[in-house]
Write a protein that binds this ligand. Structure first.
Ligand code: NAP
Length: 166
């Protein structure tokens, strides 16, 4: 049975984005994201795809599914999907263990009802933003990383990894 997972990193107040990007740099979180998602299909909104620098897209080792209403949209290495459900149907064909929804705010909100697991990185950071994570009411933390606590990024930001299930 294929699970649907959402994965995001949030600063204080649930901020996940600003001006089309992520207003922090935490390489340890990028490594965590890569480890979780490599080998699985990833589903993202068109704006999240646009937020990646050319050299980082498509995300390697993953089927990249991009949701957009623009029928003419195309990009090398990406598969277009007209809706979230179309993206899930395409991704499920190969019977992956997990389909990861990787953002952004619109896609998380559209997908959370169908999700089985949330992988949330909390950043101990105050930052202004224009995009937020969906709420986690009704979800409970089932696991965090082995140290179960806060780590210090080499860029100076404190962070921790939390896994939620219903
Ligand atoms: N912190 C994190 O973990 C994280 C992760 C990912 C992204 N982000 C940030 O989040 C921000 C982007 O998020 P966002 O909410 O602005 O955009 P988004 O969710 O990435 O993409 C929105 C776009 O997806 C398409 N879309 C959305 N719902 C659809 C539907 N029901 N059917 C068909 N297409 C649909 C539309 O594309 P068209 O307009 O082309 O139709 C829409 O404009 C950026 O700042 C990014 O850096 C943060």
């Amino acid at each position: 049975m294929t699970r649907i997972g959402l994965v995001w990193a949030q600063a204080h107040g649930g901020v996940i984005g600003a001006a089309g990007g992520m207003p922090w740099h935490v390489p340890e979180d990028l490594a965590h994201f890569r480890a979780l998602t490599t080998g699985a299909p990833v589903v993202m909104g068109r704006r999240t795809w646009e937020s990646f620098p050319d050299r980082f897209r498509p995300l390697p080792g993953r089927r990249n599914l991009v949701v957009t209403r623009d029928e003419a949209w195309a990009a090398p290495g990406a598969e277009r999907a007209a809706s979230l459900d179309d993206a899930f149907a395409l991704a499920a064909q190969a019977r992956p263990d997990t389909i990861w929804v990787i953002g952004g705010g619109q896609l998380y909100r559209a997908a959370i009802e169908q999700a089985d697991v949330l992988e949330v990185t909390e950043l101990d950071l105050d930052v202004d933003g224009d995009t937020t994570a969906p709420g986690t009411d009704g979800w409970r933390v089932v696991a965090s990383d082995p140290d179960a606590g806060w780590h210090l990024s080499r860029t100076g930001i404190r962070y921790r990894f939390l896994r939620y299930e219903r």
